[in-house]
Design a protein. Structure first.
Length: 225
């Protein structure tokens, strides 16, 4: 990672300044956009410099969902959604689109910074390690996964979930345990978000998706047989 630029997208100037002040104090550089259109333009101009995006959902001109769809066409940069909406279906919808984390307003700026640092450390602070699981190769330094030599595109959460399953090969993992370890905080939403992510990962793994077993009444297990 060459630069710790974080793109802050929010139509409230006060909110952008609050977040910027806390991030600057931690040594991060920031870019700002006040609506969806500006966000896409800023991202396209600085794509190779942006490490993470803080994206508000409700904005004029172009909402956060539309911005996210556009970004995910070309990039898997981690995205934290800032939202005043706490509906379960909204969160599930966001995860389907490739959201990596949710922060509900109002929030503690200190907690927000901690979440940002946790995500950046997981992505860019990995040790050099490459492991092969019968053709599924995970490169923790590059945060890449290949299947039989073909690179597959995974969101941050999909990558973390697959990595956790692989690291616990042959271990039956409950949904609660997966949430606590992969989502990395107490998640109070519906555990169906795991099922949604598993479905997408299986599809991306192709024939090797069968290695992710459903354990009825418990959760999931990665097992090669």
């Amino acid at each position: 990672m060459l630069e710790n630029n974080i793109l802050i997208v929010d139509d409230e100037e006060r909110m952008r300044k609050l977040i910027k002040d806390f991030l600057t104090a931690k040594g991060y550089k920031t870019l700002e956009a006040e609506d969806g259109g500006q966000a896409i333009s800023c991202f396209e101009e600085n794509q190779n410099k942006i490490s993470l995006i803080l994206l508000d959902v409700m904005m004029p001109k172009l909402d956060g969902w539309s911005v996210l769809r556009t970004i995910r066409q070309t990039s898997q940069v981690p995205v934290i959604m800032l939202t005043a909406r706490g509906e379960e279906q909204d969160e599930l919808f966001g995860f389907e689109l490739g959201v990596d984390e949710y922060i509900s307003k109002p929030f503690s700026p200190k907690i927000l910074v901690a979440r940002i640092e946790a995500i950046l450390n997981r992505i860019y602070g990995q040790t050099k390690e490459v492991k092969d699981y019968d053709g599924i190769i995970i490169d923790q330094e590059g945060r890449t996964v290949t299947v039989d030599g073909k690179l597959i595109e995974l969101s941050l959460r999909e990558y973390e979930l697959l990595k956790y399953l692989l690291e616990n090969e042959n271990v039956a993992l409950s949904r609660d345990k997966i949430l606590n370890n992969v989502w990395n905080y107490d998640y109070y939403g519906d555990s169906r978000t795991i099922d949604s992510h598993i479905k997408k990962i299986r599809h991306k793994l192709g024939k090797k998706g069968k290695y992710i077993k459903t354990i009825r009444g418990i959760g999931y297990k990665f097992e090669i047989k």
